[in-house]
Design a protein around this ligand. Structure first.
Ligand SMILES: [Zn+2]
Length: 323
């Protein structure tokens, strides 16, 4: 394996089209919008540590990668809906004509980031892509999500022999029902989530600990509405980090949602931008004995643009500190 670059990789989703909610004629305001990844890119390009980042455009993922975790029927349904002009899958989740390619590019960003880390090119990589993915089920788009790009990149790492044990830490304020369900019967992929309780999608109770061979490899830590940095960091320290250290993964994958920020309109937690840097540092420290610092991160939620940019910058700066 080559010596990793001292820079961090940022894979950008490319912005090939708007993937913007519309009624077929005009845009409809929606929290999940193209400005989100542009806000992240602008803050990262202007950051004091920008000279330590390498920016790349995301490739389009091969369809075969996506069908490793989603059914062919699901992929075809999204492609067909986009080709016929787009529309709504449920009251939250839309697609535009461009969305199929944009969702494939989000998967491409996550897979590129994950392979770049496990192949030794970079110690850490961040995929700044949208729409988010962790609510997408094997057979159903949900919660703004079309494909679960974290699940696809994790499955790719395992299937290609790049990793044999992967720990997913999902700190989005919403529970990642899709990622949990896709891996809950697996002992080689640990899914841990910190999230606001009694919030969308309603799953992620503490008693959900995995199924069959995967029993014990799922960990949910629901936190009450109004929880701030103290509660989140204590839950991380007392519940998630011991599980992370004892699982001893080859690589740590962040499902990086920033909608726990106090300014975010979609939930009611009270995190500061800096909290996301702290979560990242603590998790990297706990994982280091087994990962050697290898960390992959994929953007999930975060809907207030200033908070999203600042929080993502705190997270990426902490990833860089790994060297
Ligand atoms: Zn979220």
């Amino acid at each position: 394996m080559q010596t990793p670059s001292s820079h961090g990789l940022v894979v950008l989703d490319g912005g090939d089209g708007p993937h913007r909610a519309s009624d077929g004629r005009r845009p409809i305001p929606h929290a999940e919008r193209p400005e989100r990844t542009r806000a992240v890119e602008d803050v990262l390009r202007g950051a004091a540590f920008a000279d330590r980042l390498v920016f790349e455009a995301a490739p389009l993922a091969e369809r075969d990668l996506v069908t490793r975790v989603h059914s062919p029927r699901h992929v075809e349904a999204i492609e067909r809906r986009c080709a016929s002009g787009g529309g709504w899958f449920d009251s939250d989740t839309y697609c535009a004509p461009e969305s199929f390619d944009i969702a494939l590019r989000a998967v491409g960003a996550a897979v590129r980031a994950a392979r770049a880390v496990t192949d030794g090119e970079y110690a850490s990589a961040f995929a700044a892509c949208r729409p988010p993915g962790h609510h997408a089920e094997r057979d159903r788009p949900m919660g703004f999500c079309l494909f679960d790009q974290v699940a696809v990149c994790v499955e790719d790492l395992v299937a290609t022999g790049r990793a044999s044990r992967v720990f997913v830490l999902d700190f989005d304020v919403h529970h990642g029902n899709g990622t949990q369900h896709l891996f809950e019967e697996r002992a080689d992929v640990f899914y841990a989530s910190l999230h606001q309780s009694h919030c969308f999608p309603g799953t992620g109770a503490a008693h959900e600990r995995g199924v069959g061979a995967g029993a014990g490899a799922t960990l949910n830590v629901p936190l009450p509405a109004g929880s701030g940095p103290d509660l989140w960091l204590r839950a991380l320290d007392e519940q998630v980090l011991p599980a992370l250290a004892s699982f001893a993964p080859d690589v740590l994958v962040f499902s990086a949602g920033f909608d726990g920020h106090r300014a975010d309109p979609l939930a009611s937690c009270e995190l500061e931008s800096a909290t996301f840097g702290e979560i990242t540092r603590l998790a990297l420290d706990a994982a280091r004995p087994s990962t050697g610092g290898r960390a992959v991160s994929v953007l999930e939620g975060g809907y207030e643009l200033t908070a999203l940019g600042e929080s993502a910058a705190a997270h990426v700066e902490a990833l860089l500190a790994e060297r």
